[in-house]
Write a protein that binds this ligand. Structure first.
Ligand SMILES: Cc1cc2nc3c(=O)[nH]c(=O)nc-3n(C[C@H](O)[C@H](O)[C@H](O)COP(=O)(O)OP(=O)(O)OC[C@H]3O[C@@H](n4cnc5c(N)ncnc54)[C@H](O)[C@@H]3O)c2cc1C
Ligand code: FES
Length: 255
């Protein structure tokens, strides 16, 4: 498979919460081909001083424009925050979520922190989704209104109880499952949340897709940076999160 480097116009960068930036990129090819759960591998700053790209999920697509939302963390995302004009992007990369509205009629979507962003495009494409979004505290609660417009129901939780329901998003999902019985669960977020969702899927038998996050080098399956352990015929195997994922069926991966 060949991968093409696309030049994207940065249309806007807006701080939507402290250190959380919504960035709009224009590229007709990327926008046309983007699927929920896929990511872009972005050249942040000068390639001579920062050759490694940074993976950021596709949050939304509108016409020829894509939105990504990223947290400013280290060198790469700080450089991206300062960037204007054009940016080089590989993508759309990876395998996204399976969307099948005729097979799955009661989907639940659960995300935590920056893991909530790729779930927006997914929720837009699902019918009848119940969405559970977990955040540290009120200051980083983002996209609530946007999710409310495309989901059947949205539940926000915060770890410290400063907004929405106090506690973890998975607790709310488990409670609602007793009444509504979901037929698929999609998740993206920190590892402890993914482990809890995986345990829920194992216990209930509900099919479940998890989007994993690993440090990445190439983003296209050519190095060994992003390995994750998977079950195959009972023995341990490793797969590339960038190429075989980032979305996996929950029973496939060891977290
Ligand atoms: C598939 C995928 C999708 C992602 N989507 C988003 C998103 O939508 N929004 C968002 O805010 N963040 C997302 N991340 C995390 C984001 O890639 C990291 O926060 C970012 O690479 C940090 O780079 P930095 O240079 O600012 O930080 P540093 O800590 O300075 O990064 C140093 C190096 O580590 C790598 N790295 C550091 N943290 C991570 C990480 N968590 N995952 C992968 N590589 C990392 C960087 O690529 C770089 O090579 C995603 C990660 C993956 C793997
Ligand atoms: S990042 Fe190189 S193989 Fe996945």
């Amino acid at each position: 498979m060949s991968y093409q480097d696309y030049s994207c116009q940065i249309c806007s960068q807006q701080e939507i919460a402290p250190n959380i930036i919504a960035c709009c990129l224009e590229n007709a090819h990327l926008a046309k081909n983007a699927k929920p759960g896929q990511f872009l591998h972005i050249q942040c700053g000068d390639p001579a001083s920062m050759p490694l790209r940074r993976p950021i999920s596709i949050c939304d697509v509108n016409g020829d424009e894509l939105t990504i939302i990223y947290e400013v963390k280290g060198r790469g995302t700080k450089a991206l925050r300062e960037q204007t004009g054009k940016v080089q992007v590989l993508g759309p990369l990876g395998n996204g979520f399976l969307v099948d509205n005729s097979l799955y009629k009661r989907p639940a979507v659960i995300g935590g922190g920056i893991g909530t962003y790729p779930l927006y495009l997914l929720t837009k494409q699902l019918t009848n989704a119940s969405v559970y979004l977990g955040f540290r505290n009120q200051s980083v609660v983002t996209l609530e209104q946007e999710f409310c417009q495309v989901a059947e129901k949205v539940t926000i939780t915060t770890d410290d109880g400063s907004y929405g329901v106090s506690g973890f998003a998975i607790t709310q999902l488990e409670e609602d499952h007793k009444k509504e019985v979901f037929d698929i669960v999609y998740a993206c977020g920190p590892k402890p949340m993914l482990r809890a969702v995986q345990a829920f899927a194992e216990k209930t038998g509900v099919p479940c897709q998890l989007s994993l996050e690993e440090r990445m080098g190439c983003g296209i399956g050519a190095c060994l940076t992003c390995n994750c352990e998977t079950h195959e015929e009972g023995s341990a195997h490793y797969k590339h999160v960038c190429k075989n994922g980032p979305v996996f069926w929950s029973q496939e991966v060891v977290l």
